[in-house]
Design a protein around this ligand. Structure first.
Ligand SMILES: NC(=O)c1ccc[n+]([C@@H]2O[C@H](COP(=O)([O-])OP(=O)(O)OC[C@H]3O[C@@H](n4cnc5c(N)ncnc54)[C@H](O)[C@@H]3O)[C@@H](O)[C@H]2O)c1
Length: 283
């Protein structure tokens, strides 16, 4: 695989494009809002320049990476890519429409990957005529930094596609893990949401202060940051959506969102984005 098309140039699409160009792939980026592509490419350039100033990257390498990034005026520019990585909004209808359009334009051999955090790979694959070539490639934020990629097998994903996706993740400089069954939350979010939920419940029950809950997890479990800080960083609205989705799909109380979280989100205290959340929580 030499050429990668990235669909969606938001937080994740921009980070994935950066990662792929740095790993030596030719990368074509398309977004329905062209200004997003400009913003993403400018942000990549700024990050690379910063690394060059710090002596972590040669100036020639910055130019080489930038020369591998291409703006797509339309989806027709994906006609010669070997793999498309979709990173558009986390909405089934939007993603299915995007997959159907990609399927019409991509060459027959191409693989279709989705960066969805939660949606069913199998349901997305059914919007295409090549469900065997559809796979989950779940990157973590920030994509150029985080080492993990969850490779998710849909019901119809072929063995060949899984093997190619695992190999691609390694070529991107990442460490893949294989999620053998298409299940909500895959591995990481399925474990992370109950951790967030218990941290919030311990706070609600007055068992420990916000800072002590985070400190306990940092020092006792060796996590780089505590769960309440991480929940703020991810965005409390995003966390609540993921919990509600897991609960709806599995009808399991382990994933029932605490009321405190729902209250904060209703009040527009969404964590990092708004500067309010568990940061300034008063118990
Ligand atoms: N943000 C995270 O921490 C994170 C982590 C892992 C996975 N994800 C997943 O990655 C995906 C993208 O998330 P994000 O945070 O980058 O979102 P974002 O809102 O920052 O970016 C989404 C981009 O998609 C574009 N877009 C919407 N519809 C499109 C279409 N039909 N064709 C092309 N572009 C389109 C939008 O203009 C926007 O630029 C979601 O599925 C999300 O669940 C996010």
């Amino acid at each position: 695989m030499k050429k990668i098309g990235v669909l969606g140039a938001g937080t994740m699409g921009g980070g994935i494009a950066h990662t792929a160009a740095r790993a030596g792939f030719e990368v074509t980026v398309f977004d329905t809002q062209p200004s997003q592509v400009e913003k993403a490419i400018a942000a990549i350039h700024a990050r690379l320049d910063r690394q060059a100033q710090q002596g972590r990257l040669a100036a020639a390498e910055v130019e080489a990476i930038m020369s591998r990034l291409h703006r797509a005026p339309s989806l027709d520019a994906f006609a010669d890519v070997d793999v498309a990585i979709e990173a558009v909004l986390e909405l089934m209808d939007v993603k299915r429409a995007a997959f159907s359009e990609l399927d019409e334009r991509l060459p027959a051999h191409a693989m279709l990957a989705t960066n969805t955090s939660s949606l069913s790979i199998t349901a997305l694959a059914q919007a295409t005529g090549r469900p065997d070539r559809v796979v989950g490639l779940h990157f973590f934020n920030p994509a150029p930094v985080m080492q993990l990629i969850e490779v998710v097998r849909g019901e119809d994903t072929s063995e060949r596609t899984v093997e190619e996706a695992m190999a691609l993740a390694r070529e991107l400089g990442k460490e893949p893990v294989l999620v053998r069954k298409d299940t909500p939350g895959f591995i990481v979010n399925r474990m992370l949401m109950p951790l967030f939920i218990e941290a919030i419940r311990i706070l609600e029950e007055g068992i420990a202060s916000r800072d002590d809950i985070d400190k306990a997890v940092k020092l006792g479990l060796n996590h780089p940051m505590g769960p309440l800080t991480l929940a703020d960083l991810t965005g409390l609205d995003v966390d609540l959506n993921v919990m509600d989705y897991l609960f709806d799909e599995m009808k399991d109380a382990r994933f029932a969102a605490p009321l405190t979280l729902r209250r904060l989100v209703r009040a527009g205290r969404l964590g990092r984005k708004t500067g309010r959340g568990f940061y300034d929580y008063q118990d």
